[in-house]
Design a protein around this ligand. Structure first.
Ligand code: IDP
Ligand code: MG
Length: 166
C-alpha cells in the first residue's frame, strides 16, 4: 500500500466544543504523521470550492454557512496527515457522514449531532479518496506549508500585497 496524504478539517462545531485535543488524540491512534497544520477562517470562495460537488443538495447553503462558522465559531483547523493507507485509515476512524448512523466510538459517532439547521454537525472532515485528497490538499495548503510534498511543484514569481508585521 502506498504512502498517502489526506486532508483533515476540524470543523467549527469541533472547535467551539473544545474537541480539538480529543479528536487529535483519536487520530494519533492511526500512527500517521502530521505534515501540515493551520488554523483559519474560511472564506466563502474556499468553502464553495471545497464542497463544489455538493452544489445542488438541499443542505448546500447551510453547509457553506456551517464550514464558514456562522453557527459556531469562524475557525477551522486544517491538517494534512501522511502515512500508509492514510485516506482509508482516517475515514474509518472518522465514521459515517450521518453522526447518528456513525459507529458510536468513531469521531462523528462520539461528537457529531443532527440539528434543525439542515446540515449534519459532524465535527470533522476527511478526504474521501486519492483524487479528492490531492484536490483538497492543493486547495487548502501551499507547498511551502507542508513538511512533506507529494505532488509536483514549480517556482513562480507572484506579485501580491499581503499583510505584514509593522
Ligand atoms: P463526508 O463529509 O462524509 O465526505 P459528504 O457527502 O462529502 O460527506 O458531505 C459533506 C458534508 O455535508 C458532511 O460532512 C455533512 O456535514 C454535510 N452533509 C452531507 N450529507 C448530508 C445530509 O444528508 N444532510 C445534512 N448534511 C449533510
Ligand atoms: Mg465528502
Amino acid at each position: 500500500m502506498d504512502v498517502q496524504q489526506t486532508l483533515v478539517l476540524i470543523k467549527p462545531d469541533g472547535l467551539l466544543k473544545s474537541l480539538t485535543g480529543n479528536i487529535l488524540s483519536v487520530l494519533s491512534e492511526t500512527k500517521l504523521k502530521i505534515v501540515g497544520a493551520k488554523i483559519l477562517s474560511v472564506k466563502k470562495e474556499l468553502a464553495k470550492e471545497h464542497y463544489k460537488e455538493l452544489k445542488g443538495e438541499p443542505f448546500f447553503d447551510e453547509l457553506i454557512k456551517y464550514i464558514q462558522g456562522e453557527y459556531h465559531t469562524n475557525r477551522v483547523l486544517a491538517l494534512v496527515y501522511e502515512g500508509e493507507n492514510a485516506i482509508k485509515s482516517v475515514r474509518h476512524i472518522v465514521g459515517s457522514t450521518n453522526p447518528e448512523k456513525a459507529d458510536p466510538v468513531s469521531i462523528r459517532g462520539r461528537y457529531g449531532r443532527i440539528t434543525q439547521k439542515g446540515v449534519f454537525e459532524n465535527a470533522i472532515h476527511a478526504s474521501e479518496n486519492e483524487k479528492e485528497a490531492e484536490r483538497e490538499i492543493k486547495l487548502w495548503f501551499k507547498p511551502e506549508e507542508l513538511t512533506s510534498i507529494s505532488y509536483p511543484t514549480e517556482s513562480k514569481e507572484i506579485e501580491k500585497h499581503e499583510l505584514v508585521w509593522k
